[in-house]
Each structure stands twice: as C-alpha cells, then as structure tokens.
Design a protein around this ligand. Structure first.
Ligand code: FAD
Ligand code: NAI
Length: 472
C-alpha cells in the first residue's frame, strides 16, 4: 500500500512526488509516455516538448539572428554565416535528455518509485495501471494526485497532418520553412513564430481576436505588437481560419477578415490555439468527481470532492504554467502530510520569452479599473537606462501600478531586457506586501537593467531621477 500515487510526471506531478517522499510518504509516480526501451519518459510537456526545448530554440535562434543582423554595428564582422539546423536541434534534444534523465536521478535520490503505464483512478484507494503490453495492475494507495496535464487543441478548420502541426511538431522541423503560417497569436504562436522568423521563415500569424495579447497590460500589448511587426512577424488580427488544405509540399489556409475571404499558401502551418486538459479516461465513471469543460473540479487546495483524491497542474483551473503546477504539487503533498500549505493565486508570474521579453505579475490597468481600484502608475522607459543602451536593448519599459492611498504595489509589467528576472524581484516584494516607496528606498546596483524597476517605483510618487516625472 502506497501513501501517495501520482498520475503523470510533468512539473506538477514529479514535484508533488518528490515533495511527498521528502515528507516521509511512500510514493509512486505513474507515467504513460515511455522511451523505446519501455522506460517511463519523465518530465511531461514542460521538459520534453514545452518550456525547455522552446527556450533552447529561442536562445539558438536569437544568437543566429544577432550574428546575422546586429553584430556589425558593434564592430564585429562575420563572413558567410551558415545555419546548421541539425546541430541546433541536437543541442535542444541533448538539453531535454539531460533534464528528463535528471528527473529519474531525483526520483532515485528521493526514493520515489516510478512505473511506466497509463493510470486510471478506479476507486478512492485504487489506481489501475495499463502497461505497454496491455496487461493491467491495480495499485492500492491512501491518496491519489492526478497530474495528467494538457494537450494541444485541434480545430476542425486545421486538422493536424504532415504540414499542419502543433507545438510539438514546430519544435522539430527538419528544415526552415520558407513561409510559415501560425494560427493563434498567443504565447506559443509568438514564441515559436519568433524562432522560425529569426531563422529565416516569412511568418504570418492569424489571430481570431481583435485585440493583441488581451491578457497583458494594454501598454505592453500596444508596444509589443509594434515590436513584433518590426521584427518581421505579419500579425493579422480579427482573422478567423475557416479552412486549411494540405497539399504535397504546402498548405493552403483560408481565413475571414472584415467580411473578406483571404487564402494564403504556406510551407508549414502551426496551430497554437490553446491547450485542453488531459482528463479523458483518467477517472472511472463510478468515482464521484466532476469535470468542468474537461478540467477536474477542485477547491483552492486542489482537493476534489473525494477528500483523498487531489488534482494539480494543467488538468485543473488556472493558468497553464509549469511553476503554477509545481507549487500546487508541493501544496498538495504538504496537505497530505497534514501541514498548512496554500498557493497564492494572486501572484502567479507570466513570461513570454520573446525578444525583448514580456513579463508581469499582479493586476494590470484594465483589471484595476474593472475592480474600481484607485491606482497610480509609475513608468520608466529602457531608453533612459544606461545599461539597456549599453547592451543595445533599449526598447520597452517597466510599469509599476500601486494603490493610490496606501502605495501598495498591485502589479508590475515589464517589456524589455531581462523582463522575466525583473518581475521575479517584483514578485518577492509583492509577497512581502511592499509599497512603491519600499522599492524606491532600496539601493540597486548601477548599471543594471533592474534600475528601471527602481526608477518606475520612484516615478509612482513623482520622484524619478532620470526622466521627467509623470504619474497617472
Ligand atoms: P504535463 O507537463 O502535461 O505532464 C503531464 C504528464 O502526465 C505527461 O507526461 C503525460 O504523459 C502524463 N499522463 C497523462 N495522462 C496520463 C495517464 N492517464 N497515466 C499516466 N500518465 C499520464 N510553462 C511555463 O511555465 N513556462 C514556459 O516557458 C512554458 N513554455 C511552454 C512551451 C510550449 C511549447 C508548451 C506546449 C507549453 C509550455 N508551457 C510553459 C506550459 C507547461 O509546459 C505546462 O503548464 C506544464 O507542463 C504543465 O505541467 P503538468 O505537470 O500539469 O502537465
Ligand atoms: P494561448 O491561449 O496563449 O493563445 C491562443 C491564441 O489563439 C489566443 O490568442 C486565441 O485568441 C487564439 N485562437 C483561439 N482559437 C483560434 C482560432 N480558431 N483561430 C485563430 N486564433 C485562435 O494558447 P497557446 O499559445 O496555444 O499556449 C497554450 C498555453 O501554454 C498558454 O496559455 C500557456 O499557459 C502555456 N505556455 C506558456 C509559455 C510561457 O509561460 N512562456 C510558453 C508557451 C506556452
């Protein structure tokens, strides 16, 4: 009998399993995906076909782009530049192998058992595992954590095939498509669209909504749209794909825009219109747990209506982000061990790994207006940052939103160099309930791009040094 059985080994599941074992609970992790030898392929979407391989390609493609376009003004001349896509892909695959192998090592070190197979909850204390050879085994456990993640959404107007691919296909093209269509200007569309655009594809992004990045602060949506367009992404908003056809060597895509039908031809088409939870066939019908649109229903502690069955990560409500799933996994392991853990869902940071990066934490202006909160704005442009200019990354800004009366920071939004890292500083300060004055009174190293956060906090109270002050 196990104390905890975790179904799924992505960042939600593997972290929950390690934490549970560290807390002295006898833990097993079941993973459906396996390698050629039948061993569990650990790490989930994030490590295998998500966060890690996409960031590896974003980095490589950025280096190529820089070498091709931007080094000459630094006085560095390169002769004939050549792209070796095979080596670029091999580097990405090596990183993935190293990290997924690392999870096996962490499991051994932390005494987590793992088994390859498909898990299904058949009662509150039993999980059925269907192995690769189709044999089944029932495992008894005191607690179950479902962490089965998510998969790409397929739309009827663009069915996946040889040239119409999801994000996984787009991480391993064997040549650079001359022309590339991307359906969906969301996070995957922008990250992977940027990768292939930097490597030479002519990229068209087809987005159904009228607004660009509606979940981001409005200033970031506006400024980043300009920048993406400048970088060569042809972003078509208010465009609804109605039909796509695969031909031998290309795809034709039809979309509606302003009442007109437009047809375009691409070498490849990436469909990135969101992800849906992997909940089908995971819970036996006899177990009384409800689904909402495929998401397993849980309370704020990730507990289902059956008190010893929990669900974490992409398969439950909330943003589909690795760090959100991992923190939920830790919370659940601690609660099973009878500790008082919780996740602060108000402070889940978001990052889009474009160049420059986009990152934020807390609420944006539209959300504060909708909640009738009296707020002030402190903004500082990277164009006025010495370090940003020195490193040739002076696009964008830091924007700090604080409560007018108390000065408490409510949201920090960054578009620019090291945006993701700056937002982690904001995140920590917000966890401690900081005011913009607290940040203003903190000494930052010079020259750093983080100084833009310091200056934006100063600007919240009209005290910025390096710009003309402008509050709300
Ligand atoms: P998953 O990682 O999806 O893992 C679920 C695991 O469960 C899988 O291994 C699956 O095989 C297994 N499984 C499913 N059903 C069963 C079953 N019945 N039995 C046994 N095993 C089962 N997030 C970020 O925070 N930062 C990023 O930079 C980022 N980049 C991304 C880039 C791309 C291209 C994609 C696609 C996603 C990205 N994400 C990113 C999102 C991130 O990958 C997910 O939020 C995260 O992986 C969710 O973790 P999870 O553990 O809930 O699920
Ligand atoms: P997304 O939800 O970010 O974006 C999907 C986009 O597609 C939206 O703009 C939506 O309006 C549009 N869309 C939906 N249906 C459409 C249609 N029929 N035609 C045209 N456009 C359509 O989803 P995406 O990009 O697939 O990513 C899935 C999730 O993966 C993200 O929401 C995020 O949680 C996670 N992710 C996180 C990353 C990060 O943290 N850096 C990187 C990549 C993915």
């Amino acid at each position: 009998m196990f104390d905890v059985v975790v179904i799924g080994s992505g960042p939600a599941g593997y972290v929950a399993a390690i934490k549970a074992s560290q807390l002295g609970l006898k833990t097993l992790c079941i993973e459906e995906s396996s390698d050629a030898k039948g061993n569990a392929n650990l790490g989930g979407t994030c490590l295998n076909v998500g966060c890690i391989p996409s960031k590896a390609l974003l980095d490589s493609s950025h280096r190529y782009y820089e070498a091709n376009k931007n080094l000459s003004e630094h006085g560095i001349k390169i002769g004939d530049l050549e792209l070796d896509l095979n080596s670029m892909m091999k580097r990405k695959d090596d990183i993935v192998r190293k990290l997924t192998g690392g999870i096996s090592g962490l499991f051994s070190a932390n005494k987590v058992e793992s088994i390859s197979g498909r898990g299904k909850v058949i009662s509150s204390n039993k999980v059925e595992v269907t192995k690769n050879d189709n044999s089944t085994e029932n495992i008894e456990t005191k607690n179950i954590i479902i962490a089965t993640g998510s998969k790409p959404i397929e739309i009827p107007s663009a069915i996946f095939g040889k040239h119409i691919v999801d994000s996984t296909g787009a991480l391993s093209f064997d040549e650079v498509p001359k022309s590339l269509g991307v359906v969906g200007a969301g996070i995957i569309g922008l990250e992977l669209g940027s990768v292939w655009s930097r490597l030479g594809s002519k990229v068209t992004v087809i987005e159904a909504l009228d607004d660009f990045l509606p979940m981001a602060d409005k200033d970031i949506s506006k400024e980043s749209l300009k920048e993406f367009k400048k970088q060569g992404l042809d972003i078509q908003l208010s465009s609804k794909v109605t039909k796509s056809l695969e031909h031998k060597d290309f795809v034709t895509v039809t979309y509606e825009q302003d009442g007109k039908e437009i047809e375009k031809k691409f070498d490849k088409l990436i469909v990135a219109v969101g992800r849906s939870p992997n909940s089908k066939g995971v819970i036996d019908e006899g177990v009384n747990i409800s689904l909402n649109n495929g998401f397993i229903e849980v309370n704020e502690f990730c507990q289902t209506s059956v008190s010893n069955i929990w669900a974490v990560g992409d398969v439950v409500r909330g943003p589909m982000l690795a760090h959100k799933g991992s923190e939920e996994g830790i919370m659940v392991a601690e609660r099973i061990a009878e500790k008082h853990a919780q996740v602060n869902y108000d402070l889940v940071p978001s990052v889009i790994y474009s160049h420059p990066e986009i990152a934020w934490v807390g609420r944006n202006e539209n959300e504060l207006k909708a909640d009738n909160i009296d707020y002030k704005v402190g903004k500082f442009p990277f164009a006025a940052s010495g370090r940003a200019l020195a490193v040739d990354q002076s696009v964008g800004f830091v924007k700090v939103l604080s409560e007018n009366k108390t000065d408490t920071i409510l949201g920090v939004h960054v578009f620019g160099p090291a945006a993701a890292e700056i937002v982690q500083q904001a995140l920590i300060s917000m966890e401690f309930g900081a005011s913009s004055e607290d940040i203003a009174l903190t000494m930052f190293s010079h020259p750093t791009v983080s100084e833009a956060f310091h200056e934006a906090a100063l600007a919240s109270n009209n005290q910025a040094i390096h710009i003309g002050n402008k509050g709300k």
